[in-house]
Design a protein around this ligand. Structure first.
Ligand code: GUN
Length: 297
């Protein structure tokens, strides 16, 4: 391995430290940031993610209001809960964990969350503001990817970024963040996906590759330009009889081969994952600060 490891855990810890100061300042004003986390059903990966989000709240002194609803919950019931949380002054952020069961229309739920409490940055108002460069809540994973790049000293201005994956949660918002006329951005961004022709060739043209397509170890070292920076957003379970749980976690990048060619690379786990959680905490603290500022108006 010749690439330098981008340590998401260490970078997330540095951001948590910055947040502690902001939380202490809010505490002096009598405000504790509050995050409501809503999980519907029994998706095992979602349970793990939600558990990590709650642990992070507790550790930072953010009030965490957990709602675990059965898989049979109706859309109306879920909309009712969201309405209650919108009106609850102790709650500054609302996160409804995706995916939701098939009988619930995800977009209806996302649009029901007040944009002022949409710490996931999924509401069309926040996404629209992101696209035109206005202040907004930025989706946590893309915002975390940008922080990783900036804090690892990666120059983005004028560089060619190829994002593999076009999801609403990662690919689309990340493209908008990195193409912004702004510091830590100004990149030339291409969004590729499962239908892209000559994908290996395109990826090889990139100074920065972001893999967010959800296919285990799809991007191999021979796709990477020597010296490129590789950010792996993927978390995939692959069977491994030798592992204690019977599976292991891998990214969308074949780490072993890619790390021979890249200049910097994120590991899975310990790369983007911890950043997503800390950016959620950051958005929640920002929301509490905004609520305080509004109170004073
Ligand atoms: N499912 C996978 N990633 C996310 C996320 O960032 N937020 C929510 N709410 N659900 C997710």
């Amino acid at each position: 391995m010749s690439a330098k490891l981008i340590d998401g855990k260490a970078i997330a810890a540095a951001i948590r430290q910055e947040l502690r100061e902001r939380i202490a300042a809010l505490d002096k004003q009598g405000i504790k940031p509050g995050l409501a986390v809503v999980l519907v059903g029994e998706d095992s990966a979602s349970r793990v993610y939600v558990g990590m989000k709650e642990k992070s709240c507790t550790e930072l002194g953010i009030y965490s209001d957990h709602h675990h609803l059965p898989a049979e919950t109706t859309q109306e019931e879920l909309l009712g809960l969201v309405e209650n949380l919108n009106a609850d002054s102790r709650i500054h952020g609302i996160l409804v964990q995706l995916p939701l069961p098939d009988h619930i229309d995800e977009n209806r739920i996302i649009e029901a969350v007040s944009p002022a409490k949409d710490v996931d940055g999924f509401h069309p108002v926040n996404l629209g503001r992101l696209v035109i460069g206005l202040d907004c809540f930025r989706p946590c994973t893309p915002a975390g990817v940008q922080e990783l790049l900036v804090r690892s000293g990666v120059e983005l201005s004028g560089k060619r970024v190829v994002i593999v994956g076009r999801s609403n949660i990662v690919g689309k918002p990340l493209a908008n963040i990195l193409m912004q006329k702004a510091e830590g951005a100004d990149a030339t961004v291409t969004v590729a996906h499962s239908r892209t022709e000559n994908l290996p060739e395109l990826v090889k043209s990139a100074d920065v590759v972001v893999a967010a397509i959800g296919r285990a170890e799809m991007i191999t070292g021979d796709w990477i330009k020597p010296g490129a920076v590789v950010i792996d957003v993927g978390i995939n379970r692959v069977e491994d009889p030798a592992a204690k749980r019977g599976y292991r976690l891998v990214g969308d990048v074949h780490f072993e081969s890619a790390s021979e060619v890249a200049s910097q690379i994120t590991p899975v786990p310990g790369g983007v994952g911890p950043m997503t959680i800390v950016m959620l905490m950051k958005n929640t603290v920002t929301s509490a600060e905004k609520a305080l500022a509004k109170r004073g108006e």
